[in-house]
Design a protein around this ligand. Sequence first.
Ligand code: XMP
Length: 326
Amino acid sequence: TWTMVNIVDEQVERIRAQVGSKRVICGLSGGVDSAVAGALVQRAVGDRLTCVFVDHGLLRKGEAEQVEKDFVAATGAALKVVDAQERFLAALAGVSEPEEKRKIIGREFIRVFEQAAREVVAESGAAGEEVEFLVQGTLYPDVVESGGGTGTANIKSHHNVGGLPDDLQFTLVEPLRELFKDEVRRVGEELGLPPEMVWRQPFPGPGLGIRIIGEVTRERLDVLREADAIARQELSRAGLDRDIWQCPVVLLADVRSVGVQGDGRTYGHPVVLRPVSSEDAMTADWSRLPYDVLATISNRITNEVREINRVTLDVTSKPPGTIEWE
Ligand code: XMP
């Protein structure tokens, strides 16, 4: 029978056969998929793997710290953290179109990995060697929805599939390419990753960059990061983390709405709460969250985040709406 132990053993063998004695880097996003892919490759090739976590400035509150602490503690893998905030912001300046954002982010990730790979070789003292392989936590649905599968879809370029640059120097290692999220979680458990990591809600590689409708700027990211942290905190506090698939908070940065806050008129921005329930993210339904939880989130966001004066709820299923707005 097809068990998680089989999947782990088979993938470890496949990875060893693909990689041989070469060096490998793995891009970690903070999410489940890349953590499980990294842990699998670590099991297969040990210290010939270096994990690279790119802080692209599009992360949520506390994300970088969590990867540095939890992933390393669970796997013992070598980790390199790259601060690439300036680089990503500069590349995204002036860009509003979703696919363009995704392609830029996908390209910048690879450029940062290339630089990191050169540093890994230099630091190892193995001059003349190269990092030939890049591990990615691509799942089956990512492949399908980026138009790379047998389906007809070409819905959006997931940063690690359709968003890759044409001149990619690495050979990809994608041990999760045939799996769905629930299988990936079970593989993660099998590999001994902690439950907080395995059961984390999905967060897209392009991060908050595709949750700002309009141009991505540092100020807008700061606003969205605060609102997102409040929503996540209240959903956890209400014990709803495992009931919902995820709850993107989307900043309508180019839309302004009139409000009254404190004792004056404000002209701020709306955010959208997008709580969804799903099995595999291919389809989703909007989550019927309790009204009191929605009320608390709304009150806190409008009280604590000065730039936001309106909180709205997205009640669209997938299809027709995708989970992320971009
Ligand atoms: P959509 O918006 O296509 O999202 O309904 C389906 C699931 O995929 C996540 N997502 C991404 N994950 N890179 C990722 O790693 C991406 O570029 C990306 N785009 C969407 C999304 O959060 C949802 O769980």
